[in-house]
Write a protein that binds this ligand. Structure first.
Ligand code: ADP
Length: 149
């Protein structure tokens, strides 16, 4: 049989992984056979939560979901996609600002690497959540548990 697994790559900083990200993963799982959550490591930026902790928390969160794999990467997203045999990139869209930013990247990924980007529109319940909001609140000692998985 010539059945090819549908593999999607969900790239992001996930600094930290929020309930908004989680909602996107949950909605995407029925669409794909496998989902690779890929934490982009930017060597020029220090980040808020250490990469190791981001990896560990995510792997724990999806420990019972064999179709989810969690990795960290420093390469081009399109190169990572090829490495995992992923033909799709998954992204969430909260706003027009997100959309404008995403369209250029999606276009490049399709033209250069033949990757299709699948966009899921954020649910109204979680659209307000961003990693930067979590970092800001946490830095002032606020409880952010409602915003995290
Ligand atoms: P990046 O630095 O690549 O934007 P993020 O970790 O901020 O990485 O986000 C990863 C993806 O998740 C992006 O597509 C972003 O638009 C999406 N996303 C972030 N927060 C939400 C949310 N609350 N609802 C839906 N999608 C979201």
């Amino acid at each position: 049989m010539n059945y090819e697994l549908k593999i999607a790559l969900f790239p992001g900083s996930f600094d930290p992984f929020t309930r908004g990200h989680q909602a996107i993963v949950e909605r995407a799982l029925p669409m794909f056979d496998k989902l690779v959550i890929a934490i982009g490591v930017n060597r020029a930026k220090k980040g808020w939560m250490p990469i190791e902790e981001r990896l560990e928390r995510l792997r724990m969160l999806y420990a019972n979901e064999p179709r989810v794999e969690v990795v960290a990467y420093e390469t081009l997203t399109m190169d990572l996609a090829e490495q995992y045999g992923a033909k799709y990139i998954l992204r969430g869209v909260r706003s027009v600002t997100d959309f404008e930013y995403e369209r250029t990247i999606a276009d490049a990924n399709r033209r250069i690497a033949g990757l299709e980007t699948v966009f899921l529109i954020a649910d109204a319940d979680t659209a307000h959540i961003s990693s930067s909001l979590v970092r800001e609140l946490a830095s002032f000692g606020r409880d952010v548990s409602d915003l995290l998985p």
